[in-house]
Design a binder for this molecule. Sequence first.
Ligand code: AMP
Length: 212
Amino acid sequence: MITLALSKGRIFEETLPLLHAAGIEVLEDPEKSRKLILTTNQPDVRVLVVRATDVPTYVQYGGADLGITGKDTLLEHGSEGLYLPLDLQIAKCRISVAVRADFDYASAVKQGSRLRVATKYVAISREFFASKGVHVDLIKLYGSMELAPLVGLSDAIVDLVSTGNTLKANHLVEVEHIMDISSRLVVNQAALKLKQAPIRRIIDAFAAAIGH
Ligand code: AMP
């Protein structure tokens, strides 16, 4: 049995064409079903539906043989024990610093004052601001980061940005582009040895589908 861990939403949808290229069709829709283990047209391939931040954990401990997860999640979680064979170039976005349109970010950074930053991405933020020599107080949030500067919880946020519509709708502006993000295939190293042929087949089909 080959088990693939995916999160619902953008990653799931953008993975379907890659699975199709590997001859795998998922037989249930995670948006309609409450099932957490989805069957496929291949009796020996199944898909687990897990929280995006849990994908590396499932693969690391062998609950899944493979998974697909964002570079943001991998940087926060660490990639110890994981084999990362492919950047799948899906679920592309960027991770940025944003502030209220009326907040003078340049002066705040220049004056060396402490910047209050609300984010789900504590590790990425800590490293980014340390590399700039900016002192920050990091406030960990689990969602809706855009709200924090609007109610005075923080001066800035670090969050994923795709179209920029969410920032615009909340009168926030992007002031720093930290890095580009896309999703990677992650593989359990023991599974790669024990189930080499079927896992290699999937890696090779994905690689061919993205033109590698
Ligand atoms: P947008 O309005 O298109 O800029 O999207 C921003 C919102 O979608 C933010 O709340 C982000 O956290 C989320 N988002 C954008 N891109 C991604 C992605 N690739 N994966 C997960 N969440 C994302």
